[in-house]
Design a binder for this molecule. Structure first.
Ligand code: DON
Length: 631
């Protein structure tokens, strides 16, 4: 069957991906914005970042302070005990990609995850001490501060707001209270974590104060001594002790595989060269492996960039275009193909030779493009499991400062509240990132993702990630978009769809972030649609052969900043979750409420809060007021 359905033509023709490594156009010197902006998944953390910008800090300073604050006020995902990625895109100079992903402890072996019959026990990579990778966040934040910060602040100054929030406490917000209602979260937490989040045996409620003196002390040690204050001394010993005593699910107490002081001492974050693609006259700057997100984004944009889909845009009631079912079909087919490459070929390049050039070569992209026809091309699967679970376990923050420097930073504990192991005496949660490996080839992990040799578990190796911090620059080298998201594999599809909506459908950022999303990750063959598309869309996709399921889940939580041609930032926090946008001199937007929370939260409104979930400067300079909450 010949499948090429969309020959390149028109104004988008010939815009196929160009595979480049750090050969971005040098941006114009002296690019200056009217004001900087911060978007993060908690309004208190956003406010910390905005204050740093207002005091003359740059994007790296603000990102570090925001991330440290998230480690206190957003324990679901903000962390010291996890890891992540950050893109540093300075107004002048080369972009850099910071890898502070966790790695497997030296003694970790696949056989530790097998039961007596030699079968994989899936709990062991999610719960208990074997699930925990060596944390990367403190080293990564320190490096971002030390090598990209403005030099106007010491680490102690950037950590001070987080320390204060930990020491004096803050009012529990509806999103944290809601997360703690989950039985799965309660079941996973160890005794120390339950004492923290379930004092007296009951979950913290909205408006109650969460005070974390031990976390304040841990932050102080880090603020004073940098990485040595976390990877050595009291904090390192506390981590190792917590893990030695933690039971492995379904196994006798056994010590092998647990993290050691040496694992911690050896951990380092690393600068990598970002991948850069071209899409419709813009530069798209993304993370290289061990993120899979960047590669998948560039493959999908490469496939779509060679197609002319203008005729597939349907004007909505207001602002921008809407995608037709045929356009969604092409997006879904492009995702399906890239996620197949993800499963087979992507992993930590320190251990596995990821065929980057082949996966991004014009020939392969063209082959992928021409294989897309009018009907879905499914792998035959007898049964489709339910949508991959997603809860707020990862978090993204975007910062753009007045000088035009951008930071796009995603960090994670993996599962909600990570492994549920709270380090006694140090007050922070440890990740369960080991589940991101393909512990056994072909066996789906908690997100339904499969993999093989490329992402096999090996000591010291970093698990493949979907985290996709992304920065888009215009032809003049100026930043147009800074974005990223939590959501496991939904991260990749959510971030890509926001870019496609802004660039191809000319939607305002606020609409592009709010818009209903599709998700397709190769295995299973199912394509999920968020509830909210016109009913005929699912019907038309089914007629093209897609196995469509409409889901009540929300896919991702995009935190994005765009810049208007006049140099004004537009900052948007996804109304799917409780984040907030902030703009220098303009305060912080009010977050959306979780769906199950009826009425107003019990927390007092913040002084700087605005009555919307998104901060959008209107032409007159004030924020537009948009209804909070999901569509
Ligand atoms: O790195 C990854 O791909 C996963 N650990 C991310 C998990 C995640 O996004 C869950 N969040 N909502």
């Amino acid at each position: 069957m010949r499948l090429l359905a969309f020959p390149p033509r028109g104004r988008w023709a010939g815009a196929a991906l160009v595979w480049l490594v750090a050969s971005c156009a040098t941006p114009r010197a002296g690019a200056v914005l009217q004001r900087g902006a911060v978007v993060a998944e908690h309004p208190l953390a956003t406010a910390v970042g905005v204050a740093v910008l207002e005091e003359g800090g740059n994007a790296a300073d603000a990102a570090v302070a925001t991330a440290l604050a998230l480690a206190v006020v957003f324990p679901q995902a903000g962390n010291l005990g996890g890891g992540g990625f950050a893109l540093w895109v300075p107004a002048s100079g080369e972009p850099r990609a910071l890898d502070f992903r966790e790695c497997a402890p030296a003694a970790l072996r696949v056989d530790l995850f097998l039961d007596a019959q030699g079968r994989l026990d899936p709990r062991r990579s999610i719960e208990g001490p074997l699930a925990v990778g060596v944390p990367g966040t403190p080293h990564g934040l320190w490096r971002l501060f030390a090598e990209c910060g403005s030099g106007r602040f010491g680490l102690a100054e950037l950590a001070a707001p987080a320390i204060r929030l930990a020491e004096e406490g803050f009012a529990v917000d509806p999103w944290l209270a809601r997360a703690l209602q989950s039985e799965a979260v309660h079941a996973r937490m160890d005794a120390a974590a339950r004492e923290r989040f379930y004092p007296g045996g009951r979950a913290l409620r909205v408006g109650e104060r969460l005070v974390q003196p031990e976390l304040a002390e841990t932050l102080r040690r880090f603020a004073r001594r940098g990485p040595q204050g976390f990877y050595g001394g009291e904090t390192a010993s506390a981590i190792v002790n917590a893990l030695v005593h933690a039971p492995v699910p379904g196994a006798p107490l056994e010590r092998r595989g647990r993290m050691t002081l040496e694992d911690l001492r050896r951990y380092e974050s690393e600068w990598l060269t970002p991948l850069v693609g071209a899409y419709r006259g813009r530069e798209v700057i993304v993370m290289p492996p061990p993120s899979s997100g960047g590669l998948v984004e560039l493959q999908v944009l490469g496939v779509l960039g060679g197609l002319s889909l203008e005729a597939e845009r349907e004007p909505p009631a207001a602002g921008g275009y809407a995608p037709s079912a045929r356009m969604l079909h092409v997006w879904i087919e492009a995702f399906r193909r890239s996620f197949a490459d993800r499963a087979a070929h992507m992993g930590d390049p320190r251990f596995y030779d990821v065929p980057l050039r082949q996966l991004l070569s014009p020939e392969w992209i063209a082959e992928r493009r021409t294989s897309i026809g009018e009907r879905a091309k499914l792998d035959v699967r007898p049964w489709a499991p339910p949508p991959p679970p997603e809860s707020p376990q990862t978090t993204h923050l975007s910062v753009l400062d007045r000088a035009g420097n951008a930071v796009s930073l995603t960090t994670t504990l993996n599962g909600s509240f990570g492994s549920g192991i709270l380090v006694p005496g140090a007050g922070f949660l440890l990740n369960n990132e080991i589940d991101d490996f393909a512990v056994l080839a072909g066996v789906p992990n908690q997100f339904g993702l499969v993999g093989g040799e490329a992402n096999a578990l090996l000591p010291g190796k970093r698990p493949l990630s979907s985290m996709s911090p992304t920065v888009v620059r215009g032809a003049d080298g100026r930043v147009e978009l800074v974005l990223g998201s939590p959501g496991g594999p939904h991260i990749i599809t959510a971030v890509t769809q926001v870019m496609l909506r802004v660039i191809d459908l000319e939607e305002p950022l606020v609409d592009a972030v709010r818009a209903t999303r599709v998700h397709q990750q190769w295995r299973p063959a199912t394509t999920w649609l968020e509830n909210g598309f016109a009913p005929q869309i699912a019907h038309q996709l089914r007629r093209r052969g897609h196995q469509v399921e409409v889901s009540d889940m929300r896919f991702g939580s995009v935190q994005a900043i765009a810049v208007t041609p006049a140099g004004e930032p537009v900052a948007v926090s996804d109304p799917r979750r409780g984040g907030a946008a902030g703009i220098e001199g303009r305060g912080v937007s009010r977050p959306a409420e979780p769906p199950s929370t009826a009425g107003r939260p019990a927390v007092a409104p913040r002084r700087a809060a605005r009555a919307d979930a998104m901060a959008v400067p209107a032409p007159g300079g004030a924020f537009d007021t948009l209804p909070a909450g999901p569509e």
